[in-house]
Ligand binder design. Structure first.
Ligand SMILES: NC(=O)c1ccc[n+]([C@@H]2O[C@H](COP(=O)([O-])OP(=O)(O)OC[C@H]3O[C@@H](n4cnc5c(N)ncnc54)[C@H](OP(=O)(O)O)[C@@H]3O)[C@@H](O)[C@H]2O)c1
Length: 244
């Protein structure tokens, strides 16, 4: 498939490398222009591109930019085919993203994102820490393979997204529609706790929306309390302590 990835950071860059290795034609874009990611894209087996070139003619567009930047992609996405599958990896954390009207008051993150982008989205790759995503991929059927949640309202688009998640080295679990995608947001047992498929299904079912913001913010308080450099292992341990 022709895949345009907007965001060449820790998540977008890893997705680019995995999907290129799986045989997809990947164009990778950031905000500063292709010349600034030429080496990164080449190492990933992808092609560096401007944002609008990356989405033009794409079968799939993956948005992986900081949450507050998402509204700025709306005009760019108008260059993507109308039937392109849009997959978003984002999470909202007020401590770094600021309080944003709508999501700041508890609107489901991906409902807000779809409204901002003006396109239906699939939510995927959001419930894994970047460090774990880069280092803990494994083959289909491996015991304990980490599972990632995939939410969306369009069955065809969700099936495509689930195949792509599998191609990046993780089991894909159907987590329902976008209205229910709060079940995989920060603050829930499904968020970055590195569960296998059966455990993830139970975690999604047990999520408590009324405690989501409180737990997300407690996790941040605990993380900031560590001071200094916080490792991926620290983040995983805190996520399990606070969310499970
Ligand atoms: N880090 C994690 O553990 C993690 C885990 C799961 C999901 N996520 C979510 O995934 C998304 C990406 O996270 P990340 O950690 O990969 O971020 P990151 O490392 O900070 O990278 C962000 C990327 O987005 C690009 N970008 C910013 N604005 C853009 C725009 N308007 N158009 C095109 N590209 C733009 C940046 O390019 P420039 O440098 O040129 O600005 C950069 O390449 C976020 O929404 C985050 O919440 C993160």
């Amino acid at each position: 498939m022709r895949i345009g990835i907007l965001g060449a950071g820790r998540i977008g860059g890893t997705i680019a490398a995995r999907l290129s290795a799986a045989g997809h034609a990947v164009q990778l874009a950031n905000s500063r222009g292709p010349e600034t990611i030429r080496d990164l894209a080449a190492a990933a087996g992808a092609t560096a591109a401007h944002v609008r070139a990356a989405v033009t003619g794409a079968d799939v567009v993956i948005t992986s930019v900081p949450f507050p930047q998402l509204p700025s992609l709306r005009e760019d996405l108008a260059f993507a085919p109308g039937d392109a599958v849009i997959i978003d990896t984002s999470n909202y954390f007020p401590f770094k993203d600021g309080v944003i009207a709508g999501v700041g008051a508890g609107e489901v993150e991906s409902t807000w994102v779809a409204d901002q982008l003006g396109r239906p989205i699939i939510k995927a790759w959001n419930n894994i820490l970047a460090g774990s995503f880069a280092t803990k991929a494994s083959a289909v059927g491996m015991p304990g393979r980490i599972a990632l949640a995939v939410a969306g309202d369009d069955a065809t688009g969700k099936a495509i997204a689930m195949d792509l998640v599998e191609a990046t080295g993780f089991d894909a679990v159907d987590s329902g529609g976008i209205a229910d995608s709060w079940r995989q947001q920060p603050g829930t047992p499904a968020y970055c706790t590195e569960l296998d498929a059966a455990e993830l299904r139970r975690a999604l079912a047990s999520a408590d929306r009324s405690r989501l913001a409180e737990r997300r913010d407690l996790m941040v308080t605990r993380m900031l309390g560590l001071g200094g450099e916080v490792s991926n292992d620290d983040l995983l341990r805190l996520s399990r302590e606070v969310y499970l």
